[in-house]
Design a protein around this ligand. Structure first.
Ligand SMILES: NC(=O)c1ccc(NCc2cccc(O)c2)nc1
Length: 246
């Protein structure tokens, strides 16, 4: 997948995409992340990229011109059609399902707003989707873009080795993850759930699903409400609830 990021802070995004799983995915040619700085597309002597809001009000907005030219340049950099995504608090909430949907596309262009955002006319004509990583305001869309790149990058075929396999992510089934433990087995902070050292892999699998179901019920009932649990999962959750209230 090719990702082009439009940002006034290219060094920020390049840095995020060079480390860890995404950095390795780039080295393996599974994903490429290229930054484009609208300031280089500003035609005036001062490389102006922002303007005062009509109707008054605080702050500045990003101008149409430099952004439009940057989007055009990014799109022209490769053959495949590109979906243009704007990261903003006004966007649809990003979910793992949306990440999975985007992760199979050939290209993405991510537009990062700064200041108070972008002229609405640019959004109307050049942006295909507006996405939010959560209900809070950041100083720019770059962190949101980095989140999206990471979530999509780790889903690229070959990005994760088996042990890390994305399929283990409970969120990919809509549940919260179960508790995890590593050495030492005995510690002043406590010991392990016995099942995890039983060697009974079916029992371990069952325990983990039960814990994921129970945790989701306790911490994120909203996620559970949206799920169709099969008979065995419902029974497992009931078992968790009985123990919880015991
Ligand atoms: N929740 C998010 O995904 C998110 C994304 C961007 C952002 N800041 C840049 C910006 C962009 C547009 C309007 C605006 O008010 C602020 N802050 C939070």
């Amino acid at each position: 997948m090719r990702v082009d990021v439009i940002t006034l802070f290219p060094e920020f995004v390049d840095g995020c995409a060079r480390v860890g799983v995404v950095g390795r995915a780039q080295e393996r040619g599974l994903i490429s992340v290229t930054s484009w700085n609208p300031r280089e597309f500003a035609t005036d002597n001062y490389h102006t990229v922002d303007g005062r809001p009509y109707g008054g009000g605080p702050g500045m907005l990003m101008l149409i011109g430099p952004l439009r030219d940057t989007i055009a340049a990014a799109k022209a950099a490769a053959e495949a059609p590109a979906k243009v995504i704007y990261l903003s608090p006004q966007g649809a909430r990003l979910t793992q399902r949306k990440v999975q949907e985007l992760s199979v596309l050939p290209r993405l262009v991510l537009l990062c707003g700064r200041y108070e955002g972008v002229d609405e006319r640019l959004l109307d004509h050049e942006v295909d989707e507006e996405l939010s990583i959560g209900d809070y305001v950041l100083s720019g869309g770059e962190l949101a873009a980095a989140v999206l790149i990471d979530a999509i990058g780790r889903l690229q075929e070959g990005a994760l080795n088996d042990a890390q396999s994305a399929a283990q992510d409970s969120f990919s089934e809509g549940l919260l993850d179960c508790p995890h433990y590593t050495r030492p087995e005995q510690h002043e902070l406590g010991t392990l759930p016995a099942v995890l050292i039983s060697g009974d892999h079916a029992a371990i699998k069952r325990w983990r699903l039960k814990q994921s179901l129970g945790r989701t019920w306790l911490r994120r009932p909203d996620l559970l409400a949206r799920m169709q649990l099969d008979k065995s999962a419902r029974a497992l959750l009931e078992e968790f609830r009985l123990e919880y209230f015991a």
